[in-house]
Design a protein around this ligand. Sequence first.
Ligand SMILES: Cc1cc2nc3c(=O)[nH]c(=O)nc-3n(C[C@H](O)[C@H](O)[C@H](O)COP(=O)(O)OP(=O)(O)OC[C@H]3O[C@@H](n4cnc5c(N)ncnc54)[C@H](O)[C@@H]3O)c2cc1C
Length: 379
Amino acid sequence: MVLTEVNQSWKDVARDFASRKLKMGTHWLEGEDFWSNARLLADHGFLGVTLPEEYGGMNLSLFDALLMIEELCKVCPTSGRQVYHTSIGIASFINHLGTEEQKRKYLPQIISGRLYVGLGMSEPDAGSAATDITTTAKEEGDHYRLNGSKIWVSEAHLADVFVVYARFGNTGKPSDIGAILVERGTPGFTVGVPEENMSGEFQSALYFDDAIVPKENLLTNRDAFKALMGVYNGVRLGFAAQTLGIAQAAFDRTIQYVKERKQFGKEICEFQGVQWMIADMYMQLEAARTLLYRAGSATANNKPDKNAASVAKVFVAEAAKKITDDCIQLHGGYGFSTQYPLEWYYRCARAASIAGGTVQVHRTMLASSILEKKFDQRR
Ligand SMILES: Cc1cc2nc3c(=O)[nH]c(=O)nc-3n(C[C@H](O)[C@H](O)[C@H](O)COP(=O)(O)OP(=O)(O)OC[C@H]3O[C@@H](n4cnc5c(N)ncnc54)[C@H](O)[C@@H]3O)c2cc1C
């Protein structure tokens, strides 16, 4: 896909910044390292790039943000992820659905690298079946009373505000679902102990035990599942861009390695078995990038088309899993060693087949759209 001059310039800006200012990432940054990196990105204008200028953002397109995330992730995945979260990730729920007051309160802090937002959607018994959530938000005077729990909330230990999906009605239908912003420190709200996942990222549960949340924190009331998913499709593409950048980093290292490593008296790139693996990886990367860019540019109001998002999400996830696995293979024992980041790249890429909706669920959604039939998963 041919990029416009503007698209290319944002890609170049991110690439240049990454090469000059970022250290090669071999693990997710945590604690003070995480926050100082966020401030570095903020100082150079990289956080919240799609957010409106009046709050300190740059009003860029979702596509430009994707290009930047991909470039930054090739060098430092934490940086790419911070740009993703603040630009087209969880922060975009506030941008797309929030009130003017909420935007004024949170967006400038997000853009300046002082506030991180978490997403509380999944529940112990409602993962793929997202509309089965049971967390309730009951309207009472000037507040909502929340009861229930969430699971798998990424980087909850770093977040001070959470977008929480809840049921605002009691019909038992998806139309009960809306979302509300819950701040850390809210009475009755607890963030669980962070637990490390396979890629070294921390995830936590959230607990709501008669949590009292002011009414002004309401993001969107009932009948909002579709609107929430419209925003979430952008989040999915951000994760795909992160994954593609990581797969490209693994590939670039591998190209260098196969030209240096010698066996049987010659560089291993001289072997046809290796050459074909390289060619296959390249084709997968090119195809994944094309689909991601297509989905990123087919947007309305910075929200992607849902089928294009599913196609890109699934293809990038599966290509990155295969590519990072083959990169380990081509590094032999060094690939399996924790001295090299190849195994970390693989562990990061592996998440993309599950997070943001599993590849099976996206296939079912696509089939439903192609066949113009609703397939009730409960019957
Ligand atoms: C790295 C990571 C980060 C995450 N971050 C967050 C976060 O910040 N906030 C949040 O709320 N959640 C988060 N999640 C949770 C994520 O959204 C869920 O894990 C995902 O939706 C799958 O739900 P589940 O884990 O309950 O799996 P299940 O729904 O139990 O699925 C288990 C298996 O069954 C298959 N399956 C289920 N239903 C069907 C079906 N109808 N047809 C075919 N196959 C089916 C699935 O594809 C899967 O293989 C994260 C997950 C990961 C891995």
